[in-house]
Design a protein around this ligand. Sequence first.
Ligand SMILES: [Ca+2]
Ligand SMILES: [Ca+2]
Length: 126
Amino acid sequence: MKRTSVRRAGVVALALSSLMTVGATAQADARLASSCGLSFCLYEHDDYAGAEQEFLFTSNNTCANVTTLNNKASSMRNPSAGRIQFYNNANCSGSYGYAAAPGSSDSDLTNNGFDNKTSSVKRVSP
Ligand SMILES: [Ca+2]
Ligand SMILES: [Ca+2]
């Protein structure tokens, strides 16, 4: 029951931010695009705040270790066309704990039980 209400809150927040993006200036849009582009980004805090680490995958089934944000990532953006799998261990060992759909973002990984855990990420075919 509680889980359902949390998810609804997330959807409402996403809708609000989309509306804000539509009304935002071109300058704000450019900043948004340049902050992550077509790659994949992790952020230190919720709501895409704090330090950012950007990953540029050139092919699927490629693993990348999280460096500066190891065990610190709390939100993510995945504007890429691939699915991104999150691993608690380095080198994408073990099973992934969370997967981000292509073109998705998550302002708070806590709902998925993956706050401050990500140590490596892998892009796979969607
Ligand atoms: Ca964090
Ligand atoms: Ca970890």
